[in-house]
Design a protein around this ligand. Sequence first.
Ligand SMILES: [Zn+2]
Length: 115
Amino acid sequence: MLNWSVVRKLLIVILALVLLAIIIVPGYRIKKQSEIQQVCRSRLEQIAKAQEKCFAQYGRYVSELTEISGDSLNCTCPLNDSLFILNMPDATHYKLFCPNEHGWISEERASWKQE
Ligand SMILES: [Zn+2]
């Protein structure tokens, strides 16, 4: 014999858990995504610092990421380890992009620090 009042209570508990998951999971994903974005931008900033060091020393920016990636610099986006894109119109200007649109940084500014 099936006890319908027990089944009904069980269904209510299951429904409550499903609703809770629907509320919590997207929040967790957003938090995770913003953490990845932060790591990505921090890597871009570290490369920018290395670029400034190079410019102070040689009067030009590095045109290949492999030239500066040696000293503990990570030149990839943490989302999927794809390499950053370095765009250089000449030796005194550069723009470094995240291929996953987390931002860009140049010799003057960073996309996430604009007003
Ligand atoms: Zn990224």
